[in-house]
Structure formats: C-alpha cells, structure tokens
Design a protein around this ligand. Structure first.
Ligand SMILES: [Ca+2]
Ligand SMILES: [Ca+2]
Length: 101
C-alpha cells in the first residue's frame, strides 16, 4: 500500500538555508511555500504564481492578494517578486496573519 498520507509532508523539503536562516520559523516556512509556487522555476513569482500561493494560504480573494503583494513588495516594479523582494513579501504576509498550518 502506498503511503499517500506522507506526500503532503514531503512537499516542502528543507532547503539549503542562507539568508532564510536568520528569519523566524514562521517566516521561513512562508517563504518555502512561496518558493514552492514558483512553477516555472525562474526564481521569481509572477502574479499567477502569487495567486496560487495565496489560494493555498487561504486568502479570500487570491487575485487581490496577488495584486497587493506586487504593490507592496515589487520594489523594482517589474511585475515579479524576486528573491530579495520575497523577504519583504513574507514580512507583510506574516503581519497580515498568513501562516503555514
Ligand atoms: Ca516563476
Ligand atoms: Ca520585482
């Protein structure tokens, strides 16, 4: 019998920690979630990827949260959240009560 129940546990493997190491565990976990939603692996989150991430995190209106994220965290205004901007996004997300269960 396949251990299907275990698959959700292995979705977010521990990364090689660098700057993330300095963050609170709550923020660290959120960052892992956001990174996991970088579907095309370009190390940036586009609006669509942000939407999926916020849907996963239980946002009421993921589309709006995606816009909101870009508005708050997209420092260079290119329409994507890159690695540095992700730290900012995570801080906002924690502030607004988003956590990983
Ligand atoms: Ca991406
Ligand atoms: Ca950007």
């Amino acid at each position: 019998m396949e251990p299907l129940a275990m698959t959700t546990m292995t979705l977010y493997p521990r990364p090689q920690l660098t700057s993330v190491e300095m963050m609170a565990p709550k923020e660290e976990q959120l960052k892992l979630v956001f990174k996991n939603f970088d579907k095309n692996r370009d190390r940036k989150l586009c609006r669509e990827e942000l939407k999926e991430a916020f849907k996963y995190l239980g946002a009421y209106i993921p589309e709006w949260r995606a816009w909101w994220s870009l508005h708050h965290a997209d420092a260079n205004d290119d329409g994507f959240i890159d690695e540095d901007e992700m730290n900012k996004l995570v801080k906002y997300a924690v502030k607004f009560g988003y956590t990983v269960k």
